[in-house]
Design a protein around this ligand. Structure first.
Ligand SMILES: Nc1nc2c(ncn2[C@@H]2O[C@H](COP(=O)(O)OP(=O)(O)OP(=O)(O)O)[C@@H](O)[C@H]2O)c(=O)[nH]1
Length: 206
């Protein structure tokens, strides 16, 4: 019999997944709030939200940012404050679904195809994330509720490196050759004024 799974069906790949936007950081390297930095006249947070709204019916913000919230998109203060891992834990804990897709709020070019490509690979795993020449992308990734317990153990022990619990769950690392074209730009985030300035070169010329 042909095995047919929910996640191999392209029309259902984002069903029962909550989109979580992390927006609780300090933006200290940038020196000003990254979520509201504008690229082509649209704030970075709005660019991520716009892509999420095209593919997820449930979306939440992890981090105390009531200014970013809107009807249907609530913000949740960190249960464990002070780290991106704490934000990720909060998003996963607050989600109604078994799976979340998490993204940071500082992505200028989020790509729905990349998100769907990762979600498609989640059968049999607890975490799905890109692994490229640039390293791991644990904040642009899929997580299952089964990760909550090992995450909580790290947080209780004041350990904040996200991948430190990966040895306790089933992780699908997705290599460059498995990612859709354009992944490099889609994974780009901006942390410093110089990186923000460099974006100019990537924008379409008038
Ligand atoms: N909810 C939550 N999100 C966080 C926290 N720290 C970082 N983030 C988010 O995680 C993503 C990556 O953050 P970083 O760039 O590593 O950290 P940052 O604090 O925003 O910036 P720096 O102060 O320059 O390190 C961004 O979307 C941040 O908003 C946190 O304590 N809570």
């Amino acid at each position: 019999m042909l095995e047919h799974t929910e996640t191999n069906d392209p029309s259902r790949v984002t069903e029962q997944v909550t989109g979580v936007i992390l927006a609780g950081g300090k933006s200290s390297r940038m020196g000003r709030d990254k979520a509201t930095l504008e690229v082509e006249g649209v704030a970075l947070f709005e660019r991520v939200l716009g892509v999420f709204q095209r593919i997820f019916s449930d979306i939440l913000i992890a981090g105390e940012r009531p200014d970013l919230a809107r009807p249907g998109v609530c913000c949740h203060p960190d249960i464990y404050p002070g780290s991106a891992l704490g934000g990720l834990y909060t998003g996963l804990f607050e989600a109604d679904s078994d799976w979340i897709f998490v993204a940071p709020c500082d992505l200028p070019f989020p790509d729905p195809n990349l998100i769907k490509a990762l979600l498609r690979l989640r059968d049999g795993y607890d975490v799905v994330l890109p692994r490229t020449g640039q390293g791991l992308d644990p904040l642009f990734a899929c997580y299952r509720k089964s990760c909550l317990e090992p995450m909580r153990r790290l947080l209780d022990n004041r350990r904040y490196r996200i991948f430190d619990f990966y040895d306790q769950v089933r992780v699908r690392y997705v290599d460059e050759h498995e990612l859709p074209e354009g992944w490099r730009q889609a994974l780009l985030n901006v942390n410093t004024p110089e990186e923000f300035q460099d974006l100019e070169d990537l924008l379409p010329k008038p």
